[in-house]
Design a protein around this ligand. Structure first.
Ligand code: DQA
Length: 154
């Protein structure tokens, strides 16, 4: 599941000098194509509502293999999203289009990082593809020794 927090529905028009010109729909299409090469299926969602994101994380617990999440502003504020992610036993990747550490100090703190296996930040829309590749690699690695893996590792 690929979750996106508040204001990311405005990607493409929202501060494009920071977040790029691609819409979330553009990103979703590119991810879906890439996912096929990994034999994965993505379910990309966006919400401006914290509780809805919590509900989707709870749903993912039983239906998905992992979560890639850009919690947007909730990264820096949401204990509820952290708590929901803490209930998940699969890999969680935190993702940001911008590099929050290059920005205002309030963006330097991330609750999500406490549970994320890894973080991808600062690569703009391409970060979503990087996150997907990293997720595929992690899922493959947890599948066991190379002989049991679905996708060969180089
Ligand atoms: C963001 C960074 C956050 O600080 C900000 O609130 C966002 C987007 C990013 O993708 O760079 O909305 O998560």
């Amino acid at each position: 599941m690929v979750l996106n927090g508040p204001n990311l529905n405005l990607l493409g028009v929202r501060q494009p000098q920071i977040y790029g010109y691609d819409t979330l729909d553009d990103i979703g299409k590119r991810m879906a194509t890439r996912a096929k090469t990994h034999k994965l299926v993505i379910d990309l969602r966006q919400s401006n509502i914290e509780g809805e994101l919590v509900t989707w994380i709870q749903e993912a617990r039983t239906t998905c293999a992992g979560i890639i999440i850009n919690p947007a502003a909730y990264t820096h504020t949401s204990v509820a999203i952290l708590d929901a992610l803490l209930t998940c036993e699969f890999p969680v990747i935190e993702l940001h289009l911008s590099n929050p550490h290059k920005r205002e100090e309030f963006r330097h703190r991330s609750f999500t990082s406490l549970v994320a296996k890894g973080i991808i930040a600062g690569f703009g829309p391409h970060g979503y593809i990087l996150a997907l590749d990293a997720m595929a690699e992690m899922l493959n690695a947890t599948a066991g020794p190379p002989a049991k893996r679905k996708v060969p590792t180089k």
